[in-house]
Design a protein around this ligand. Sequence first.
Ligand SMILES: NC(=O)c1ccc[n+]([C@@H]2O[C@H](COP(=O)([O-])OP(=O)(O)OC[C@H]3O[C@@H](n4cnc5c(N)ncnc54)[C@H](O)[C@@H]3O)[C@@H](O)[C@H]2O)c1
Length: 283
Amino acid sequence: MVKVAAFGMGRIGGEAAYISAVNGFADELVLYDIMPEFLHAQKLDIMHAKDIPVSTRIEDMKDADYCIFSAGYSRSPNVKTRADLFDKNLPIAREAAELLKGFSGKLIVITNPMDVFTWYFAKHSGLDEGQVVGFGGLLDSRRFTVALNSMGIQEEGMVLGEHGENQVPIFSKLSVDVPEAVREEVLLGLRGSSMPVIKGKGGTVFGPAYHIVSMMQKIEKGEEFICSLPANGAYGIEGCSIGLPAKVTRDGAKINENLKLDDWESAKLNAAAEFLSGLCRRV
Ligand SMILES: NC(=O)c1ccc[n+]([C@@H]2O[C@H](COP(=O)([O-])OP(=O)(O)OC[C@H]3O[C@@H](n4cnc5c(N)ncnc54)[C@H](O)[C@@H]3O)[C@@H](O)[C@H]2O)c1
């Protein structure tokens, strides 16, 4: 029996809760949003799709197996980077930490800048560090795969680093050699890859929500995947949460420290860590 909660029932929280219900991952839902009428509408809409118990009492979140933290402001064509959302979303993260006191499950951090709020919840919210994991790397990796496929490279992409401008696509594991100039061009494309979706329909929905549910399924199965975790010295990184490969269980995580990066990738990962540490110091 898996109980899934969503804290923030907008585009991402709503769709992830809906997918969890209809694909059978969740046996029970707990939904919360600051907008009561909207929350009620989301609840009814899901119940009209699937026969599943749905609570909107925040107390029922405490013993959920997973809580998706997806409350807060998102990017618009005028908000260029995820890091620009820091000041507006920090009070919401703090409020959530207060309301989630006593929560015993796994917190899946979505709200941007996601790596920074993963650090916040892991280190400063009162939850155990092992309860917290940040989502973004699976989506970024899928976007990189789409870019590789469009270049005629039919291989799976992997993206480490920040879920944001300082993302680090890993080229050295591909079977073809990609020169640095081309890598930089691809990286530029990846940085802008969600903007057409934001401009065209107001925000991303299907991509993130699908991979959020898939991430919870990977946790259940004990599979390794890319997620944001406090590095705690892995890859020489301290002071931030950052996208790395890890095996995550319901109560902990083990970062895979054996990935060999080339010089270009290492330099980009260090730059990502430096940028994120600066923001993490402010939470
Ligand atoms: N990590 C990722 O890969 C990823 C992907 C997409 C979006 N995001 C981020 O996820 C967040 C949500 O995006 P969205 O598109 O669903 O936004 P949205 O505006 O559709 O939904 C946000 C929801 O949060 C609610 N909310 C606001 N303040 C709240 C509070 N104090 N308590 C409870 N609920 C509150 C709003 O009422 C709204 O329903 C944004 O920060 C966005 O940038 C992250």
